[in-house]
Design a protein around this ligand. Structure first.
Ligand code: GDP
Length: 363
């Protein structure tokens, strides 16, 4: 599953947000393959299209796509040097596809700020510094290995050494890898190191309710900063989210409307993460189960099939494909087929967002 690591300074609202995510993910028990880890929250990806499909198919079960949020608590100044819990948690972020960086963008005298004043960009810098220290460490270790190989005359290793050194210099100059303007070739060469500051970032600005839905002056600073690196920005109020998960659906709707919101902020966080990582969903819609699957935009049909099972990719023959809109407007698979809306797509077909698919494969 798509995994996102939550980082941020202490007291910016990480736990509040994480608990809200978890509360919303009460269905987590439906995902037994996920070990019960207090630091991991399994969150269903909100998608109204699943309701539309279910209304037609009337399946026994419904499965949303899921996102795993990993709470990287304990990330404080000094974490990279391995003091306290920080080091262990930093290891957890390595596995994550992206980082959600929670930034305090609310004034509240009752909530202490570790640095003494509200300053989102300085907060971001503190966390980035820790992550960069960790990355320097990783590169140095990688260098030892790769330089040995380079000395044997290995050309690829030599080229890699150059890139490692360049990236390391950039870090020493205080520039996170994602901001170093590396070519995709260079990025490939450091990929194996799982550098933390190479990961795409979604800044989650935690605001007071008066600043919803558009943000405030603090958020504007973060937006400008994020734009420089092509990062995403989501505006939420952790406190509001925490209140929302305690309510039934009716009260939620009312509460959201009062705030001028059409949906919980957590939905925005997940959607922004999808956009940031260029992810889309396709569906399988049978009587047993209607289910959403997450793939990368540009993935071909066999690659998409592999998300369900590796055998589906290996033995791929073709995919019976119906666009979501057709499936809904014609009222299901049989009627879509009658209307000539079912396409038989081959192995080069690039799956579109919302495709309803049925794979034919050899075992
Ligand atoms: P963490 O250390 O980053 O996990 O921060 P917490 O989630 O524990 O929050 C720190 C404090 O800030 C707690 O007292 C929260 O109640 C408070 N807090 C969190 N989010 C908000 C918010 O959106 N607005 C306000 N005013 N307080 C918040």
């Amino acid at each position: 599953a798509l995994s996102i690591g939550i980082v941020g300074l202490p007291n910016v609202g990480k736990s509040t947000l994480f608990n809200a995510l978890n509360g919303g993910g009460a269905e987590a028990a439906n995902y037994p393959f996920c070990t019960i880890d207090p630091n991991v929250g399994i969150v269903p990806v909100p998608d109204k299209r699943i309701d539309a499909l279910s209304a037609i198919v009337n399946p026994q079960a419904v499965q949303h796509a899921i996102v795993e949020f990993v709470d990287i608590a304990g990330l404080v100044a000094g974490a990279a040097s391995g003091e306290g819990l920080g080091n262990k948690f930093l290891a957890n972020i390595r596995e994550c596809a992206a980082i959600a960086h929670v930034v305090r963008c609310f004034d509240d005298e009752n909530v202490t700020h570790v640095a003494g004043k509200i300053d989102p960009l300085s907060d971001i810098e503190i966390i980035d510094t820790e992550l960069m220290l960790k990355d320097m460490d990783g590169i140095q270790k990688g260098l030892v290995r790769i330089e040995k190989l380079a000395r044997t005359g290995d050309k690829d290793a030599k080229a890699q050494v150059e890139v490692f050194k360049k990236v390391s210099q950039g870090l020493e100059d205080g520039i996170p890898v994602r901001r170093q303007g590396l070519s995709s070739d260079d990025m490939d060469k450091v990929k194996g190191l799982c550098l933390l500051t190479a990961k795409p970032v979604l800044y989650v600005t935690n605001v007071d309710d008066a600043s919803l839905p558009d943000g405030n002056a603090y958020v504007e600073q973060v937006r400008a900063f994020a734009a420089e690196e092509g990062a995403g920005v989501a505006v939420v109020s952790a406190q509001i989210e925490a209140e929302l998960v305690e309510m039934d659906e009716e009260s939620q709707t009312e509460f959201l409307a009062d705030l001028g919101l059409s949906e919980p902020g957590l939905n925005t966080v997940i959607r922004e993460a999808y956009t940031l990582l260029d992810l889309i969903s396709y569906f399988t819609a049978g009587v047993k189960e209607v289910r959403a699957w997450t793939i990368h935009r540009g993935d071909t049909a066999p690659k998409a099939a592999a998300v369900i099972h590796n055998d589906f990719e290996k033995g791929f023959i073709r995919a019976e494909t119906i666009a979501f809109e057709d499936f809904v407007s014609f009222g299901g698979e049989a009627k879509s087929k009658e209307a000539g809306k079912m396409r038989l797509e081959g192995k080069d077909y690039v799956v579109k967002d919302g495709d309803v698919m049925h794979f034919r494969f050899n075992v």
